[in-house]
Design a protein around this ligand. Structure first.
Ligand code: NAD
Length: 244
């Protein structure tokens, strides 16, 4: 028997990087899995794909309802869709703040709101949020992104307290620097991408970036009945970079 046999899961931002690795792992472990993404056209195999922008409440509600109907219920929600931002508070204007918080924070709230009625009907309900070491690390040049992930951390704790009596567990993972298309895009924009990657790897205690499948493993643990007594926690997946 596999860990997720008979269970269903929805992964936001599931078309790429950490989300895709998570959707693939949950499916490989026996779950019926749907991904919700801006562009899930590359999603294939056993995964069901739903197109929605997490900043669009109606689209999110429709996609979550369709996913729950298609899967036959919803046991696991992985709130993973997110975007980055660089700069100090002097660099990002109001529009940038609203845009990033709309995806990283309110997007998570919208998806959770839509999923809660389905999760309440599950005997193994779990929400896992993709946070970041940025929530607590005090990283330079990441004011807006760090604030958004600080909110994800606070929301994880608040949601865990609010829903524990309903049998819904809420946890988050705090990844370090993960080798995903997102980081690939950042490296590609550097004057010397290979040198930039080498410098980034040299800053990791492990000498390498975290693998998306390693974050997926932590998410899967927190989503599975194996962590049935764990709620309101943050699990660092950062190669020893920060911890919590
Ligand atoms: P990625 O860019 O490879 O994948 C993100 C996915 O989210 C994409 O498929 C994208 O289409 C989707 N998405 C973005 N905005 C969306 C929206 N408005 N509505 C629906 N879908 C949307 O990125 P990744 O590196 O896999 O990051 C995934 C999550 O992990 C993010 O929340 C990010 O903050 C977090 N994270 C990443 C790292 C890292 O180093 N890569 C580190 C810590 C935390």
């Amino acid at each position: 028997m596999t860990d997720f046999e008979g269970l269903t899961a929805l992964v936001t931002g599931g078309a790429s990087g950490i989300g895709r690795a998570t959707a693939d792992l949950l499916a490989a472990r026996g779950a019926r899995v749907a991904v919700l993404d801006l562009d899930p056209s590359g999603v294939a195999g056993p995964l069901r794909a739903y197109t929605a922008d997490v900043t669009d409440d109606t689209a999110v509600r429709d996609a979550v309802a369709a996913a729950a109907a298609g899967l036959g219920g919803l046991d696991v929600l992985v709130n993973n869709a997110g975007i980055g931002a660089q700069g100090t508070v002097a660099d990002n204007d109001d529009a940038q703040w609203h845009a990033v918080l709309d995806v990283n924070v309110i997007g998570l709230v919208r998806t959770t709101r839509a999923a809660l009625p389905h999760l309440r009907r599950s005997a193994h309900a779990a929400i896992v949020n993709t946070c970041s070491i940025a929530a607590t690390a005090g990283l330079p040049q990441r004011a807006l992104y760090s604030a958004s992930k600080g909110a994800v951390l606070s929301l994880t704790l608040a949601m865990a307290a609010d829903h524990v009596r309903e049998g819904i567990r809420v946890n988050c993972v705090n990844p370090g620097t993960v080798d995903t298309p997102w980081v690939g895009r950042l490296l590609a924009a550097a004057p010397d991408p290979a040198a930039e990657r080498a410098a980034l790897e040299a800053r990791q205690p492990t000498g390498r970036l975290v693998g998306a499948e390693e974050v997926a493993g932590a998410i899967a643990y927190l989503a599975s009945p194996l962590s049935g007594a764990t709620t309101g926690t943050a699990l660092a997946v950062d190669g020893g970079m920060q911890g919590l």
